[in-house]
Design a protein around this ligand. Sequence first.
Ligand SMILES: Nc1ncnc2c1ncn2[C@@H]1O[C@H](COP(=O)(O)OP(=O)(O)O)[C@@H](O)[C@H]1O
Ligand SMILES: [Mg+2]
Length: 270
Amino acid sequence: MSVLEIRNLHASVEDSEILKGVNLTLRSGEIHALMGPNGSGKSTLAYVIAGHPHYTITEGDILIDGESILAMEADDRTKAGVFLAFQYPVAVPGVSVANFLRTAVSNVRGYTAQTPAVSGRGGVIGSNLMPMREFRKELTDKMKEFNVDPSFARRYLNDGFSGGEKKRTEVLQMAMLEPKFAIMDESDSGLDIDALRVVSDGINKLATTERGFLVITHYQRLLNYVKPHYVSIFFDGRVVMTGGPEVAHTLEEKGYGWVEREFGAEAVAA
Ligand SMILES: Nc1ncnc2c1ncn2[C@@H]1O[C@H](COP(=O)(O)OP(=O)(O)O)[C@@H](O)[C@H]1O
Ligand SMILES: [Mg+2]
């Protein structure tokens, strides 16, 4: 069992404080939904956990199994088991899905760090990557399991992909990397029903006892397909409330105006 713990986290970008004391705990086996209005800092939180260099942490800590990961570069956090699915995945023309995944998997599984003396394959192109045959077999198996068309492997990453196809690639990437903690930033990306289905099926398949999911979503819609154990409301740079799935329904009924009245600056001052 692993635990990702965010303790009193404060983070700024260009001198303005965006995260204002986030507390959140994610354990393996849990699906935790994070809901909040636009601009409240949800994507910032996702980037900060993943180690995006743009943000400055001014206070607090992020720990995996009690060890701080703040000093780790994004790359090492990925190796430590943190996966971030971007809200807006970028296209990489010239890099095929298969090549991208082989590099990513090799990195996470330690192949890229191996010296030729260890791998015994010095001088061979790709010797610091997962052996092609093994990789191919695993990729083919996972593509079958997750209903991804085999032709995907050769296509350029996200280049001309539909929303659903991007999500399919993301789920496949997660299936290959097997992260301990997956953070999905789905907020206002306007997923169509196909993409929504791909994401929710992917999460439901991958939500094993070995893995924790932080699902960031603006709308309750995704939660019709994915059943979270916890729902937290994010407002003005912090978690203001945590409860069970009923919290999502309250939000759907009452909207975010209610959160503002309850937890906004004026409410706090009163
Ligand atoms: N790179 C940045 N530079 C300046 N301000 C930023 C940057 N990224 C985010 N912000 C600001 O931080 C706040 C939170 O943004 P974001 O984390 O994207 O919120 P959410 O995902 O909840 O909609 C917004 O007010 C946004 O303008
Ligand atoms: Mg966002």
